[in-house]
Design a protein around this ligand. Sequence first.
Ligand code: KG4
Ligand code: ZN
Length: 339
Amino acid sequence: MLILGIETSCDETGVALYDTAAGLLADALHSQVELHALYGGVVPELASRDHVRRLLPLVTTALERAKRRVEDVDLVAFTQGPGLGGALLVGASVAAGLGIALAKPVVGIHHLEGHLLSPLLAEPRPAFPFIALLVSGGHTQLMRVDGVGRYELLGETIDDAAGEAFDKSAKLLGLGYPGGPALAALAERGDPQAFALPRPLLHSGDLDFSFAGLKTAVATALKKLGPAPTETQLADLAASTQAAIVEVLVKKSLRALQQTRLGRLVIAGGVGANARLRATLDEAARKRGLRVHYPELALCTDNGAMIALAAAMRLQAEPGRARADYAFDVRPRWPLAEA
Ligand code: KG4
Ligand code: ZN
């Protein structure tokens, strides 16, 4: 079965072709980073309009790369939520339109389920059950995953997401949007112990996170540095911020493994691209005999491939899920447990 995957939940237009026998055939992406950089964050209306412009040309690109024709598509999968309402509607309506034109079924996929299953596109594929650490711009969650559609939330952030902590701290440091990669790059040149920043909820005993206080601590530290901090001071603060976020993510992930007595951890979402997070987790895993799986670097952030894969796996478990009535809706707020 050839699945066309469409992702338009935020600021990336992603289209992929996934063959259930041959695997991922093509993955085409357009990032809106430059479009929103001017405003220091995602402007929803601009995001929607850009998805409208980019989506169909990207479908053509993906088909060309996969050497397939649009008539070869057996199923159209799109991100139904969570995300920006207008942006989601672009993907949903194009998916329904293609479905009608091709007389093929359409299926709506949960964005986080896509992230969660994206490490299964890499080798070696993690086997169920595993613990998933989902760290994106909007979510920070620890989940127990027993199989497709069997997700138990163990803990999550009570305020900002890890990606948001990266982005907001980066903004304070005068770095551009999106802040995560920029802050990580600056941190390379800094001392992670230069500033004693808080590790909220580190010893709370549960698996919840809190990152809002960190942003305040970064702002306070910055103020103390005066009106003209040096490049070294900024790099030190970036490194210390990254270290604080990473330490909490790693410790809580290890606690989740310990509590559930599982030995496999899967990382998903944009922050999963962070090199320090990967290095720290790998080191901890090596010491404890655990296994950590990551999506390919390019598939950490939003993409169509994870949506096509999630559709393939969902339909295998639940064939009745695909629809051919071409009615569609989007779910900007949608708990994964209800997917
Ligand atoms: O999963 P994603 O592409 O979009 C959402 O669904 O939110 O994640 C985007 C988030 C942003 O907050 C971005 O700053 C962060 O992932 N991010 C990173 C890195 N690359 C992306 N954070 C830290 N280090 C990185 N290398
Ligand atoms: Zn995402």
